[in-house]
Design a protein around this ligand. Sequence first.
Ligand SMILES: Cc1cc2nc3c(=O)[nH]c(=O)nc-3n(C[C@H](O)[C@H](O)[C@H](O)COP(=O)(O)OP(=O)(O)OC[C@H]3O[C@@H](n4cnc5c(N)ncnc54)[C@H](O)[C@@H]3O)c2cc1C
Length: 481
Amino acid sequence: MISLRHALPSSVVAARAVALRRQPVLLRCFHSSPDKKNNFAPVAESQHQQAPVPPTPDALPVRSPNFAYLKDFTAGELLSFMMIGTVASHKSLLNMAIKAFPYVPMPLIKAFVYNIYCGGENIDEVKKTGARLAKRGINNMMISLTIEACNGNENVNPDYIVEQTQHSVNEILIPHTISMLETSGKDINAIPPGYVALKPTGFVKNAAAVLKNYNSPEYKELFEDLVSKASAVCQTIYDANQRLAQLYPSRVAPFAVGVIDAEKHELQNGVYELQRRLYKKFNKVNSPVSVVGTLQMYLSESSDLLAMEEKLAKENNYRLGLKLVRGAYIHSEKNRDTVIHKTKEDTDMNYDQGISYCIDSILAHQGNESVIGHLVVASHNAESMRLATQKTYKSEFSIGNKNKANICLGQLLGMADSVTYDLIKNDKVDNVIKYVPWGPPLETKEYLLRRLEENGDAVKNDNGFPLVRSALSTMFKRLFA
Ligand SMILES: Cc1cc2nc3c(=O)[nH]c(=O)nc-3n(C[C@H](O)[C@H](O)[C@H](O)COP(=O)(O)OP(=O)(O)OC[C@H]3O[C@@H](n4cnc5c(N)ncnc54)[C@H](O)[C@@H]3O)c2cc1C
């Protein structure tokens, strides 16, 4: 893998970010930017010779956060929002909560935090969450059996995780997707696939060592075991896609997709190798993809990595499925200064360029011919979402193009609900999903901690006191209506 760091001072990077938003830039610059010294030939040039100017988020009106979504929540959930909003309203309060979090008794976490961010403890509860989301116009989910394992969690039983994940595909995702296809009254390509997120650290004991040393003879057998366990889940997904394609032949997008989650940077080389093995086995050319891998665009090497993945896919005759995220491990990254972009603006610019490039690649075709076959734009950032929406649904290349069913927008359950609401109600986007972690509350503790940390990452106007005020006012309106 190529490791490349931006040597530009942050002021220059910030100026470039502003420039990207204001000036027309041809998207092929993403891979051929001279200051990236990309060792790989710029890929998909021919697709993008005529690439349209990316719509600039600045050209669109800025929307203030819409709290109308709160009306769909119960009194208990409104109370939780008030508590989370209060904690997120001040950095020092949030830091205190983060420090205290490991010692907070489980019943309190369950009562105030778990139900906001997690979809349930078992399959029946997750099914109910899917039905509730559908009522809010969220047509599908990315479910994730969340058992945090990378720090040597002894409770991990890889066979149990494989078995439960396969159950979750057959008992949650497929029935939910069929029900949405049959009852929503929408076009066959309007309903997004059901996604199942796969944590590579859950498929083998001592996963961190296995992923870090996947190339060494000592760990070869364990790594092969990890690949075969992930493969077993993807085979279930692939088989379901083959079966359902017979029933719904006019659908362009897959029905179910396995998504490999990205982890801490030091584990990622092993994860990339796992992704490539799965792409090769399950993402056949000219067919919908069954596997999506994740790229963390806060990594300074990520644009080169995207180019390399596209090149490898072409050479080895398979298709890429991609979930683009900014990256969740900034607070725990040991080598933050060397592996992560220097500034938030730099990450933002890289993210927006990445999603623009992938969307253009997909929309350059009408069906499943593109090398990049499927994209999940996974973000809470309203500007990135507006850019993705503009390009996918409102550009001249998108009109009448069935391949836009291969572009999906996703947010985490309990986060950025105003962004999700805006996409559905104002932009009329059908391809929106929520990431729904599920599993025993104790096992989801690290996931919940990351969500708390993210609440304070940026000054967000849909959190803090505005959220507390709006939740309180929704509660009062309900009481006195
Ligand atoms: C559906 C879904 C799936 C996800 N799956 C994964 C996954 O598999 N792996 C994973 O790691 N994350 C995952 N995430 C989390 C994601 O990576 C982000 O942490 C989260 O979405 C917040 O980023 P944002 O795009 O919403 O934007 P914002 O809230 O605008 O940006 C916050 C992000 O910007 C970056 N950032 C903040 N400050 C700086 C700085 N000073 N310098 C450089 N960069 C900075 C960080 O990545 C931070 O998380 C997922 C998110 C979603 C919605």
